[in-house]
Design a protein. Sequence first.
Length: 219
Amino acid sequence: MHYPINEMFQTIQGEGYYVGTPSIFIRLQGCPVHCRWCDTKYTWECNNQDQISYEKIIMKKKSNRKWSYINSKEIILIIKKKKWTAKHVVITGGEPCLYNLLEITKELEKKGYKCQIETSGTELIRCSLNTWITLSPKINQKTLDTSILRANEIKYPVLKEEDLFYLENILKKIKNKKNNLIFLQPISQNEEALNVCIKTCIIKNWRLSIQIHKYLKIQ
């Protein structure tokens, strides 16, 4: 299967449960969610005029709308060619679950990689059983019940205290049958949002995710 790849790079995971983990990011093109505070808006549309060659994606240095169809074997070849040493692979977007990720997650696992998918939960999650699912539900978007139940962690973006009502509704659907890890993440390093997240995490015994890559100014 070919996937519309926007970019691939090696860095440190800056959010959620795997924060600080050396990771290879595979960013897919296409997203119907369109959060107003999104920092990867260049991935929203998957237009034919923005398609470039496999070779140009490998050499890509700047984040933009350009993308290329690349299959699972070619993705693994790129990782080897780049001589990347991280063993954790983050499949993100855009909204990566627009696509069937079963093949790529299984192929990466065969090569010794641990896979993580970052998703809004608005699309059916299709991946290996061992893949770690990071669910980031968005207000005013329909989060699928199957996505909520499949999630290993819920990394919830917060701008104001009222945003927490939607998270509470999602947690009710789980009915405490699953021990999800809950992370609250202030949107765009907003100070008010940070204070809300800190206060709530202390009360609920949840965890704080502060996007350390933005503070460190790394990709």
